[in-house]
Design a protein around this ligand. Sequence first.
Ligand SMILES: C[S@@+](CC[C@H](N)C(=O)[O-])C[C@H]1O[C@@H](n2cnc3c(N)ncnc32)[C@H](O)[C@@H]1O
Length: 279
Amino acid sequence: METKLVSPARDGYVLGHSPKEIVRLQKQNLFLEDFTWRCLRDAGVKPGMKVLEVGCGAGDVSLMLAELVGPEGQVVGVDLNPQVLETARARARAAGFDNLLFKQGDIHEIALDHDFGALVGRLILFHLKNPAESLRSLLNHLVPGGLVIFQDYNLYAATAYPSSQLFDQTLGRIIEAFHRGGADPRIGLKLGEIFREAGLPRPEMRCEASISAAEDWPGFEQLALVTRTLLPLFEKFGMATAAEVDVDTLADRLRVEIAGGGRVGHGPDVVSAWATKAS
Ligand SMILES: C[S@@+](CC[C@H](N)C(=O)[O-])C[C@H]1O[C@@H](n2cnc3c(N)ncnc32)[C@H](O)[C@@H]1O
């Protein structure tokens, strides 16, 4: 069945730009930071590099990059959302980085230099209508031999074991809302194909996930926070009402059912891919 594309944000970004979404992005980083550090290091981000990060959000990856490239290097983060960039700038100031610059704009339109040594994006291809085409045009900002590094989710890999009806229902609603809002919840598995279509060599790839039997697993809160962000879409698409979702108690109900019920929570696969632009 064909579905209409709707979004809580006027610019078409399915997760919108609310202050709560800015906080959620920073909490989501708890899941991802180890994977991202490893990926950036193994891909070869080095002191002195000039790096472009697309869809930088609250700056979690930009801050890692600023540390890796050091004072001789430079990082430019780009995002659509001016509010999220205020948070990113404040964090960069608090961390004492002066090699980190944030620019507001659409990555398809914004004027940027063409001498970057690396192009990085985490959880951005997920949201783009034609990721391979976008990547191909972003490569114009890279020097020959420049590094291309992307990380994205395969949300379908998230699960609870033994299975939990509440977990499956919560994840199922999130995946459906993303689909109907125009995002691609399976994009992580497509990174190889996207790199190839963009004209890059076959990337190195890696897949990691968070897994826990503990009550303090950040997965419970993250599922509830994404649900809160997507709730207007659930209602718009007639998927579920706010009363049915009861988002205020969702994290605790998941915690009781998964950790309290002797189950294990398994987050989405986080797929990393990196390659080098031809010299
Ligand atoms: C899911 S967030 C990820 C943020 C960050 N990369 C991270 O991993 O924490 C995606 C970000 O991409 C931004 N974004 C989406 N489409 C964009 C576009 N066309 N141009 C610039 N930024 C965009 C959104 O505003 C949002 O901050």
